[in-house]
Design a protein around this ligand. Sequence first.
Ligand code: GLN
Length: 203
Amino acid sequence: MTVRRPTIGVLALQGDVREHRAALEAVGAATCAIRRPGELERIDGIVLPGGESTTIDKLLRAFDLSAPLRSALRAGMPAYGSCAGMILLADRITDPASGQQTLGGLDITVRRNAFGRQVDSFESDLDVSGVVGGPVRAVFIRAPWVEEVGADVEVLARVTGGRADGRIVAVRQGFVLATSFHPEVTGDVRVHALFVEMVRKRS
Ligand code: GLN
């Protein structure tokens, strides 16, 4: 069965919750904010916004959301993580903060703040596999990159040019999508459209 108007939860502990909800609604999803475990039961997919992955990890545990979210992901709930959200979905971090945990679900290794501390943020045009209609304007803010991917992970985008040339910044594994960058701040909703399409297919 295909759900025409899936309901997508946006984890609302930190980050661009409003912008993600607006982008998802613009491409035909209903949305809700997720702050409590019970709220996971009524959604078809979840977005994990950027922010600070160590803080979100602590808040997830404080709100008793870590374990239920991990089980939902294990059970195949579609998920999209941007920036810190990508870190939360990664199975491995090269340089975790002390005690930092992830939810996992993506067979990747990420490096936090990978572009260097001097380069706090930058923008670049990227070709993203699965996104038609020309390059995506990618905004990176203290972003991670993907150091290694497992056999089942599809690389959707790499940086071209500069010091980070060739670095992986968008991936997909089954129904889990992650980007190092923040599409919610650009007004270009094509990455959200890709995720909503994934959720429709899964539902
Ligand atoms: N550097 C942040 C982290 O480690 C991610 C930054 C972001 O989400 N914009 O979580």
